[in-house]
Design a protein around this ligand. Sequence first.
Ligand SMILES: [Zn+2]
Length: 249
Amino acid sequence: MNVAKGVETLELTMDMMGYHTKIYPTLLWDKETVILVDAGLATSLSEIQKAMGQTGVPFSDLNKIIITHQDLDHIGGLPEMLKSLNYQVEVLTHEEEKPYIQGDKPLIRMNSEKITKMLSALPDDRRQQMERTIKETKPYEKAKVDKTVKDEEVLPYCGGITVIHTPGHTPGHICLYLNQSKTLIAGDELDVTEGQLFGPRPGLSVDETTAYNSIKKLTQYDIETAICYHGGIYKDNVNQRLLELAKEL
Ligand SMILES: [Zn+2]
């Protein structure tokens, strides 16, 4: 869906661990640069290619990928995507996420220890079903990161992209503020459920308190549109809603 000139959300299907829902990576472009923010699942590649084709920006023009954080629904598609672009694409993320994406450290949420623990807590039939799903899911292959970004750094692409470090959901989670269109790419720091904007989904953050506190940082920006990876576009008085959420802390 078009958000502003050179800003488009891609709608992808997500079937993972028994969840059937939509996810929304963002595509940004200007004359020189085509950026995808978050890479979807291991199974998302053909869907991303098709969705980009529909926006008129060919997949082969992609030259940067910015990753908001290490969760598998954001990085699962990255290894395959880099391969199919002959590695002619620069990958950017926060320095605290880099070792996980590169496979130097096990993913915080989806590592074998956590999965074993989660499985053992399930009733027999559910566990067997989940074990089958995991067996069928392609394991994450590591992917290279070329450049790390810092809080408040302004990336000189697509009219200026301000990096906002919003730790908590994961240690190096970032949101991106598009200076020109006043759009916030919120990753998993914000969430749209039934038309309303919320903070990070409860129970899914590595550090819940820090994740909620990070909302405060977002109130310093003038935001017309928020794009949430889960839930999509939210435009209804974003600034005011963020102040409300920050007050609930
Ligand atoms: Zn996440």
